[in-house]
Design a protein around this ligand. Sequence first.
Ligand code: SF4
Ligand code: SF3
Length: 554
Amino acid sequence: MSMFCFQCQEAAKGVGCTVKGVCGKEPEVAGIQDVMMYFLKGMSVYANMAREKGINDPRVDRFIQEGLFMTITNANFDKQRFIDKIRDGFALRIELENKMEDAGIQLNKESLPEPAQWNAYTPVEYERKAHQAGVLQMTENEDIRSLRELMTYGIKGIAAYAEHAGNLKHKSEDIDAFMQKGLAATLDDSLGADELTAMVLECGKYGVEVMSLLDKAHTSTYGNPEITKVNLGVRNNPGILISGHDLRDMEDLLEQTKDTGVDVYTHSEMLPAHYYPAFKKYDHFVGNYGNSWWKQREEFEKFNGPILFTTNCIVPPLKSATYADRIYTTGSSGLDGATHIPERVEDGRKDFSGVIEHAKRCEPPVEIETGEITGGFAHNQVLALADKVVDAVKSGAIRKFFVMAGCDGRMKSREYYTEFARALPEDTVILTAGCAKYRYNKLPLGDIGGIPRVLDAGQCNDSYSLAVIALKLKEVFELNDINELPIAYNIAWYEQKAVIVLLALLYLGVKNIHLGPTLPAFLSPNVANVLVENFGISGINTVDEDMKVLLEDA
Ligand code: SF4
Ligand code: SF3
């Protein structure tokens, strides 16, 4: 076995990737990601101890967030970035140790878990440690391992959203403290299945908090998303395609491309940027190009201009690809051979001038679609339409809502979601967020009395909006339980942000979620049973069977 990773839905054979990641992750990158995780857990032990004594270094919090984000599926494939980052981490940890010693805190290193004892870091050590640090080596008990990994992946999701919020200067001490407490807990052999299960559920609470924080960061900076028609066609200028989730990067790029003759298009999870009032003022912000992340090899060839990744999901280009030299990464994303745009200096902007100059030398994009799609149904917009929605439910014009949020992926089994959307009765409405929407957002599903049958709230983190909408409906209909609402959940997952969205929904009390296209490989049979018995979670079957069950529920 040259690597082991089972953190995403595409884990090989539904068990784990052992030779090379289905995502394209090479064993060397998998190894250094294991080292990064091991290091971050050790760092969290320190950060926890320091915090207890009132010592808190925001650089440590940021480091842990970024390090976690870099290990999310499809975010960063650049081994050197991990090596550099871990080196920075050691320097930061030494600073933290010194601060603790200065404050009179006794550090008995031998009593700390092994990752917290590391004090040397040489290239030769990488590979050795990588093999010691992998998921399978940390414990032999598969239930403990499963709970530790479930929590770790939830925390990775929290880290991603916290980083975006932090980029907009919204930060929460409580959330950072929980991430560090949770990571340190994964090293604590005294914690059994019950304690870890409780922490996994607590993780869901912080999932709600971080999505709320990010929602506040986005809406207070860029306004509340509003109903928007997004153009799918192209213009005759060179363009830059921006992908990922980071809206601060979006803002910096739009500002710097003003009056340059270069147009800007969104890709995949950046589509919802069009819904924000602050971005509507840019005439050169043309539309959305292409579809879900996994179609990029085909679509990037045709785009002709530079592609800027602000986060996941990156598909490493084939050797024969003509667009590899047009890929740029920034933030936690990275790709061997791509140009990485460094961080912004405090209160400044990232420097995208190189990307812009590159675009000027390129042909305009080839048109691959025409028309428009409509979105912008985040909580504020839907609540503005609440009377209309409530009337439609009361009159029976809307029988049921289907939350079909989450992720998309390349597996053929995901055609289920297109078929499911197509087969839904005409008196039902889909509530969506995340890139799962690309499976059905271009189907002609029509509307119900002016309410579109696909309501897109935004990015995966905007699943928070769907929860706010559900809680509001519960209040309006004077129900005691969120599960009494005419809402069914048929969610698709892929990477670790979907894990935190799921844990957040469980924390809010949502039951009977159907999760597909397959259940996570990292759930041991016993842990899966806990989720089935306590929350009614199930996998998916055929469209017909699930339609019957989901139309009847609640
Ligand atoms: Fe495999 Fe997913 Fe891990 Fe990539 S992230 S190596 S596809 S389990
Ligand atoms: Fe998509 Fe990667 Fe998850 Fe943000 S971009 S939802 S998969």
